[in-house]
Write a protein that binds this ligand. Structure first.
Ligand code: NAP
Length: 301
């Protein structure tokens, strides 16, 4: 298959490209950076600028599936201007792709989009699955709502739409884990708040395997991209410290302090989401790293 990927140069995208190429798929990708454009027989880059409505139409040539990963990082201070960028980088880009698919003769059959878990209710005990009604009313849950609406629009064009509601992606190369490990490595590790908030996570190898599974099985619908074993912030911090052979003896970091330092974005450290991955497992997907100890050991081995 030929797969067009947006955000292919990011943390998830890079790993997904490697996996798809190893399975003899071809990859076209869209990037906002001219310097990131490469052209190899099975891996071709194309320029786009969603803010300016610019896209190289050749990117769609012989493409069977589009994977939409592009989006400005949420791990940066949420000023009003940056909040706008978080939304627009996901929605304008999706709309640009929609208009391209609508106008251009093509053979695209499926649109697979990243999404987040922010729309699920806060929970320390109750496990939520994909049938849960959206109740959260926060900045990030509104981003997720608009992001998924923009993805679902591709159904109008006759495409199958798959949405992966992704939890915390664990990788040594970026995302939350290296940020959590930094103070621990310095002997300054501590829980966030009371450490009881539940974190639904996925090892990056499982996440890209899950994208590949959804593409190869041409699945549609919403899937939680998390393992079925969420852990508390305290447990995750302890497992990382144990693997790095570092002590944890500092007092917990209070929520008000992090709010002072990080502003509204501190939400990411204290939100509690306990999610199920039963739906994708029932379809035959097997996690390579279902338990946190295994995942952290594999990353830091
Ligand atoms: N990592 C996680 O823990 C996690 C969790 C839940 C959901 N997700 C979602 O999964 C997707 C992929 O995550 P990731 O960690 O791989 O993200 P990432 O490393 O930040 O990469 C995202 C890519 O999006 C493109 N991009 C950045 N800003 C953009 C903008 N303003 N307009 C258009 N494109 C822009 C960049 O590609 P170019 O420079 O090539 O244009 C970048 O490489 C994201 O949408 C993210 O929100 C990630």
């Amino acid at each position: 298959m030929k797969i067009l990927i947006t955000g292919a140069t990011g943390l998830v995208g890079k790993e997904l490209v490697q996996l798809l190429l190893s399975k003899n798929h071809s990859v076209n990708y869209l990037t906002t950076s001219l310097s990131k454009i490469e052209s190899k027989p099975n891996y071709k880059g194309f320029y786009w600028n969603p803010q300016q409505g610019k896209i190289d139409e050749n990117c769609l040539y012989e493409v069977d599936v589009i994977v939409h990963l592009a989006g400005a990082t949420i791990a940066k201070r949420w000023t009003n201007a940056y909040k706008q960028e978080i939304i627009e980088s996901r929605i304008l880009s999706s709309e640009l792709l929609y208009n391209l698919v609508r106008k251009t003769p093509n053979q695209v059959k499926q649109f697979v989009s990243a999404s987040g878990t922010a729309s699920y209710p806060e929970s320390f005990t109750k496990v939520y699955d994909e049938t849960t009604k959206v109740t959260e009313d926060s900045f990030l849950s509104n981003v997720v709502k608009k992001w998924e609406e923009s993805a679902n629009r591709f159904q109008v064009l006759g495409l199958k739409v798959g949405i992966l509601r992704t939890g915390i992606v664990l990788s040594k190369d970026g995302g939350a884990l290296p940020e959590m490990a930094k103070p621990i490595k310095l002997g300054l590790g501590a829980y966030m708040g009371n450490g009881k908030q539940m974190q639904s996570w996925i090892h990056i190898d499982d996440l890209v395997a899950l994208y590949s599974f959804v593409i190869e099985k041409q699945l549609e619908g919403v899937y939680n991209a998390v393992t079925s074993n969420p852990v508390s912030n305290a447990k995750l911090t302890k497992v990382i410290a144990k693997k790095l052979k570092k002590p944890l003896f500092l007092p917990n970091i209070p929520q008000f302090l992090m709010k002072l330092i990080l502003g509204e974005m501190s939400y990411l450290l204290f939100t509690s989401k306990k999610l199920s991955s039963q739906k994708i497992q029932d379809l035959g997907f097997e996690f390579q790293f279902p338990e946190i100890e295994q995942a952290i050991a594999a990353i830091y081995s």
